[in-house]
Design a protein around this ligand. Structure first.
Ligand SMILES: Nc1nc2c(c(=O)[nH]1)N[C@H]1C(S)=C(S)[C@@H](COP(=O)(O)O)O[C@H]1N2
Ligand SMILES: [Mo]
Length: 315
């Protein structure tokens, strides 16, 4: 039996009445246009409820408590500690925002946040497995990346998709100062067929609300069968390319992090095993909440993308 099933219904309490949503969207749009002086655009953004039609996958597991998913994070632009993104992202302004989609496309385009929110949003409850050995279950709100790619009409020569995070040292403390843990911008990439797989989403929210800064506001990638570092946050550019794009962790430590980064309990990280994972939250002490890691994080339907490939060599 697969470790998840389609969602049949989401509880009514999680669904925002359309009128309330439209009002909030108006507030967002005014803020984005600069016509309304919001005291704190990021706060206003984070507080916004998002509607979603059920369309995702329920791993038959409890969602990670929201308080854990929003306080134990990796987002090196705000610092390398797990508590840094929540503690040090208060100056980050996800409004106004634009996401440019360019490269090998017939109709390259730039989307503002309203245009992204106008895509058909769904809730997807996905497992998230960090390469460091912890995991969560997160109810994302977003839409398939393929819908965005369709809009720009990829050329036949496009084989890969490159992603880029914003660079704003004045708002992101991890991007200034003497110690720079990574070269900026943070970049990621997928093969075009991976990017077009229906499980791959651009997320605009989680737990029924827009994304908090620490989780990648206002728009981040979620590819549930890959290690968490593929889920690039606060994306400003998506570029269709012919060549395999450079990716941040692969460039920084090629012996430790591959381009594919498919969750695979049989391929250990050089410095630790990937056979098990610790589910964050749930009350247990660290180590008491371990469970086996599943191939492709349990999302077996992606196996066909890698037919004929040696997944130990292509990690
Ligand atoms: N721009 C950017 N995106 C990023 C990261 C980062 O440091 N910078 N960290 C990655 C890693 S290693 C993980 S595990 C996930 C964590 O997502 P979460 O904090 O929302 O759970 O974000 C990924 N996306
Ligand atoms: Mo990670």
């Amino acid at each position: 039996m697969p470790p998840y099933r389609p969602i049949i219904a989401i509880p009514g309490s999680e669904i925002t009445p359309e009128s309330a949503y439209l009002q909030r969207r108006d507030i967002l749009r005014l803020g984005a246009a600069g016509g309304l002086a919001l005291a704190s655009p990021s706060l206003a953004f984070g507080a916004t409820d998002l509607p979603a039609k059920p369309g995702g996958y329920d791993p038959q597991e409890q969602a990670t408590p929201e308080a854990d998913a929003t306080s134990y994070n990796n987002f090196y632009e705000f610092g390398t500690g797990k508590a840094d993104p929540a503690a040090k992202s208060g100056d980050f302004k996800p409004l106004p925002w634009t996401l440019t989609v360019d490269g090998l496309a017939g109709k390259p385009a730039t989307f503002d946040l309203d245009q992204l929110m106008a895509f058909e949003l769904e809730e997807r409850i996905y497992r998230m497995r960090c390469v460091e050995g912890w995991s969560m279950v997160i109810p994302w709100i977003g839409f398939p990346l393929s819908a965005l790619l369709d809009r720009v009409e990829p050329l036949a020569s496009a084989k890969y998709v490159a992603f880029e995070t914003v660079v704003r040292p004045e708002e992101m403390p991890g991007q200034r100062g003497a110690f720079q843990p990574l070269p900026w911008p943070y970049v990621e990439g997928l093969r075009l067929d991976e990017a077009r797989h229906p499980l791959t989403i651009l997320s605009l929210g989680m737990y029924g609300k827009t994304l908090p800064n620490q989780n990648g506001a206002p728009v981040r990638l979620v590819v549930p069968w890959k290690y968490g570092f593929k889920g690039i946050k606060s994306i400003v550019r998506i570029t269709l390319t012919e060549e395999q794009p450079v990716t941040t962790w692969n460039r920084s430590a090629p012996g430790e992090y591959g381009f594919y980064a498919n969750v695979n309990p049989e391929v250990d990280h050089p410095r630790w095993s990937q056979a098990t994972e610790n589910r964050v939250g749930g009350g247990g002490f660290f180590g008491s909440n371990d469970r086996p890691t599943l191939m492709f994080n349990g999302y077996d339907e992606v196996a066909g993308l890698y037919a004929g490939m040696d997944l130990k060599a292509n990690y």
